[in-house]
Design a protein around this ligand. Sequence first.
Ligand SMILES: Nc1ncnc2c1ncn2[C@@H]1O[C@H](COP(=O)(O)OP(=O)(O)O)[C@@H](O)[C@H]1O
Ligand SMILES: [Mg+2]
Length: 279
Amino acid sequence: MAKIVFEEVTKTFPTKDRKNRRNRRNKEQFTALDGIDLEIEAGEFVVVVGPSGCGKSTLLDLLGGLTRPSSGRILLDGKPITGPGLDRGIVFQQYALLPWRTALGNVEFGLEATGVPRRERSSRAREFLDLVGLTGFEDRHPHELSGGMRQRVAIARSLAYDPDVLLMDEPFAALDAQTRESLQDELRRIWQRTGKTVVFITHGIEEAVYLGQKVAVMTSRPGRVKEIVPVSFGARGDGFQGEDLRSSPEFARYRHEIWTLLHDEVARAQQLEKEEATV
Ligand SMILES: Nc1ncnc2c1ncn2[C@@H]1O[C@H](COP(=O)(O)OP(=O)(O)O)[C@@H](O)[C@H]1O
Ligand SMILES: [Mg+2]
């Protein structure tokens, strides 16, 4: 049985905005996602890539149980998602850390809801800060950490209560290129070590190719899954990563394939906007 199944999932938002009114049958609705079908296996690393505004965050919010589908359903371990849960950890683009708590305190915070005893919380939090390479920074507050370090804390916090599924919405988008690439390596290492199911959202093609075992390319609005591109690098198991992998011909082929799929969508979105402007 697949870990996560999207069955004909649609998400509409009520709107008064004429510009966004694409669905003429129901003039008060804006369709953000239209018939998403997607299956994700346990332990898989799936990247969802798509143009801005195509519904990526909407899709992740649905998975996180933060909102409900307008129609269709999403199954997790065969059961419909009815709300947020400790079986899913979410990492957003902005560092959703508590500014008055230290790095350790922020990771412990995630454990307080799970009923882990106080003493165990601290040792577990240290263990996960170590996993993301932050040993020695336990007592720093968020403002004393770099952007990359803050995002590491956010990852440690979502891993500490041991969710099966890690949901990530453009978590590295605000970081500089070098930090982003090193966090991509860290994330792959953590995924390999922990065997979590990861759903990672990005608008970056290189990031998608580098991270994903499968890359789901979305259409521009309303969002649908246009194509799923399986990505595999034969030599990856032999430590083939970083610049070697990024500059390989295989990498360039995948990048081009996904670029072509996305390029058509961006062109279509621009055309839609032009039509709407003249209505
Ligand atoms: N709560 C909401 N109410 C109305 N419209 C929304 C809401 N959330 C998202 N949208 C609209 O749905 C579309 C998809 O948004 P989003 O999922 O954030 O896209 P992405 O993350 O791919 O950039 C956008 O046009 C956005 O304006
Ligand atoms: Mg988004």
